[in-house]
Structure formats: C-alpha cells, structure tokens
Design a protein around this ligand. Structure first.
Ligand code: T4K
Length: 390
C-alpha cells in the first residue's frame, strides 16, 4: 500500500493505485472454516442435501432462539423470502415502501402485480418518514413495508400506529438488520413478520439465503408450505407454492458463521470507529452514525458527500475507483428512478426530495470484518487528499 500525502500520490494524477487488488464493499464475513467443513462432511455422509434437512432445522432453531422470536422460516434468498411473506400476508393493490432501498424490496411487490408506492425518508436516518407514509395512503393501500436500512431500525412504533389506524398490514425488510435492535429488543419479531437476507455481502451470511421470522403461528405455517410448493407430506399439495427452500450447505455456513458472529460484529464496530477517526474534519464529509443505545453490526460504513466538500460525490468515487477502492453509490438513484418504476411512476420523484438529496450524497466504503486498520487509514488519506485538491 502506498502512502497518500498529496495530490501527486493519487492514481487519478498518474501514481500507481493504492491497492494492487480491488478493495470491495461486501466481502463475505467468514466464520470458522473447519467448523463449516466439518458440517459439510456431515451433509455428505447423511446424503440429505436439501428439502428441510437437519442443518436447516438446526439453523432455524438457532436463529429463532438468538432473535427471541417464535418462528424462523429459512429460505433460499431474501428476495424470495420477501415475495413469500408478501403473498402469505395477502398484500395487494398498493403497498408503501421507501424508494431509498435495494431494488428487491420494490421488485418483490411488482413481481406479484402489486404497485410499490414510494414514500420519502428522514434524511438523518435514511429510513421511512412516518409523515410521508401517511401522505401516500390511498383506498388501494393494503400494507406498508418498512426497511431497516443499513441495519438501523425503521420507526417501528410510528409505522405500527399508522398501520393500526388505517387497517393496513405492516412487515419489515430486515435484510440489513440481523443483529440490530429497536428499543433494546432484537429485530425479528416486529410487525406481522420480518424478512432477512443472508446473502454473502450481509453481516451474517449463508452464502445465499434468507428467512422470514414471525410470532404468528398461522403465518409461519403458510410460509413453510409456500416455500415447498405447498406440500404437506408426500403427494399432498394443500397450498399454492414455489421453491423457496434453503439448502443444507447454506444452513451449514450459517451455523458456522453464527458461532463467530459476535467476534465479527466487534471487529466491524472497531473498523467503523477507525473510519470515523480517519475521515474526521474533512470538509463536507460526514460518516453516518448509528444510535449507540441500540445494537447495529456496523457492517455498512456510509458517508455523505455534502455541499461543503470541494469535490462532488461522483468525482470522489471515480478517484476512489482509480485507487482500486471500489466504493459504491448504493442505492442510487432510488427505486423510483430505475426501470420499471421510472416509467411506471414518472411523477414519484416529486414527493421524494429527501430521497433524491440523500441518493446524490451517499457513498458506501469497503468495511466489515475483513478490512485492516492500515487499509482504512489509506482509504481515509485518499478521501482527504482528493477532497482538499479539487
Ligand atoms: N432488501 C434489501 C434492503 C437488500 O439490501 C437486499 C439485498 C434484499 C432485500 C434482497 O436479498 P437477497 O435476495 O439478495 O438475499 C448485493 C447483494 O446481491 C444483495 O444481496 C444486497 N441486498 C445488495 C445491497 O447488494 P450487489 O449488486 O452489490 O452485488 P455484487 O455482486 O456487486 O457484490 C458486492 C461486492 O461484494 C462486490 O464488489 C464483491 C463483493 N463480493 C460479493 C460476493 C457475492 C465478494 O467479495 N464475494 C462474493 O461472494 O448486490
């Protein structure tokens, strides 16, 4: 790694890049390799590789225990888990969601013929603004999907109050929020259900995977049927369904990673702190902070490039990429700005001023448990030098 002390050290000015290999956002947090391999051996010995095998059952039990929720229904990924939860809840017509989220939240509705109605966010938290949600309710609204973006809990109590008042169903996209809390209680048992993604890029991963957690017995039962074509026992289909099953190897990965999860979170928290130090005092650069009174995995280090920064966000990202620092603009430009929603809801942007402003400022930096303090220092130096030499 090179030292970046001034403009001449920058790759955009002809110097070699800071990193020989790309420094990624979203490197998988991997737990104990031997523990994983031992479980894979057991799967092969068992000759039971999918369809609600022993690893998946153990995984569901361990996750439910950890989150303090009655049911964990493991799925093949977070998107299918969202689709199944949406269908099991009977959502239809219009459902209110943030535009400022990964496109899977909106797609899971649209894929099922439901219109995602985009509500604006609170720019301080990047989560749904309850007042904006209220303003988007119509006679066709059947529900709300709150997203715990970056692992920070959505305004759960306020959204529940709105849902109760208007007879709407409320569920949460908790894709980023495994290990997070709301008023000290684990994310996982709020609303009618919560949906996790365990994709490789998440703080806690099963390579590909997801789950719906709920305290409602009937809902859990319906989702168990739906993820397995509606089968209840051999030759007996009792429900419409799809194939949403988690495979045994993914559950094995999850179990191995669960054992190391607390260590991984501790490292990510330290790395977030290192970033705050490395970026302190750079004009116009703010690091999105998490409420210290709540648990958060600190898996995402999100910065905002504001007006006081002499260089724009997109120029900064180009300079970072030249250094092989693959910072990302997640989830630019917001769901309302991408196909098919851009054409479907051409006026959506009119009510999304905070979303649009935040989407112009955000940059997500390589973080998690895999990055070293030295690498963080170099990323910080690169941003400081680029920002001061526009
Ligand atoms: N709701 C929300 C709010 C979500 O954020 C997501 C997923 C979902 C729902 C749906 O859940 P899933 O169906 O995915 O379970 C990634 C993920 O694919 C996606 O899971 C995630 N959110 C989204 C925020 O990010 P990309 O487009 O960033 O993937 P990609 O391939 O660019 O990977 C990111 C970086 O990670 C790469 O630069 C390299 C690194 N990487 C990635 C993989 C897969 C590795 O180093 N190793 C790997 O194995 O979407």
């Amino acid at each position: 790694m090179k030292e970046i002390r001034g403009p001449r050290d920058l790759a955009i000015n002809g110097a070699p890049p800071a990193f020989a290999e790309p420094l990624h956002v979203g490197r998988p947090n991997l737990g104990n390799r031997q523990a994983f391999m031992e479980r894979v051996g057991r799967i092969l010995d068992n000759q039971w590789v999918t369809n609600n095998g022993p690893m998946v059952q153990e995984f569901e039990q361990r996750v439910a225990e950890r989150l303090g929720v009655k049911h964990c229904v493991a799925m093949c990924n977070g998107t299918i888990a969202l689709e199944i939860a949406i269908r099991a809840l009977g959502l239809e017509g219009e459902v209110i969601v943030p535009s400022w989220t990964f496109v899977a939240t909106a797609h899971a509705l649209y894929w099922q013929g439901i219109t995602p109605v985009f509500a604006d966010i609170d720019p301080a938290t990047h989560n749904l603004d309850p007042a904006a949600v209220r303003s988007m309710i119509t006679p066709r609204t059947s529900g709300i999907i709150g997203v715990h973006l970056w692992g920070r809990a959505a305004p759960i109590a306020e959204l529940q109050a709105i849902a109760d008042e208007h007879g709407l169903k409320l569920m949460f996209d908790a894709a980023h929020a495994f290990g997070s809390s709301y008023h000290g209680q684990n994310i996982g048992s709020f609303g009618a259900c919560e949906v996790f993604s365990f994709h490789a890029t998440k703080a806690f991963n099963t390579m590909e995977g997801g789950a719906v957690t709920t305290n409602h017995d009937e809902l859990a039962e319906a989702m168990r049927l739906m993820r397995n074509f509606g089968f209840k026992g051999y030759d007996n289909v009792v429900h419409p369904g799809t194939n949403g099953k988690m495979i045994e190897v993914c559950a094995a990965m999850g179990l191995a990673n669960l054992d190391d999860f607390d260590r991984i979170v501790e490292t990510s928290q330290c790395n977030h702190f290192e970033y705050k130090q490395a970026l302190a005092g750079i004009p116009g650069i703010t690091v999105l902070d998490y409420n210290p009174a709540e648990r958060n995995t600190h898996h995402y280090v999100v910065i905002e490039v504001g007006d006081k920064c002499p260089v724009g966000r997109d120029d900064l990202i180009a300079a970072m990429h030249a250094e092989n620092i693959l910072a990302r603009r997640y989830f630019w430009p917001g769901c309302h700005g991408i196909l098919p929603y851009r054409d479907l809801l051409p006026h959506a942007g009119l009510v999304l001023s905070n979303t649009i402003a935040v989407a112009r400022r955000v940059l997500v930096l390589p973080a998690g448990a895999n990055i070293s303090t030295d690498q963080i220092r170099v990323v910080g130096d690169a941003i400081r030098v680029v920002a001061s030499t526009s």
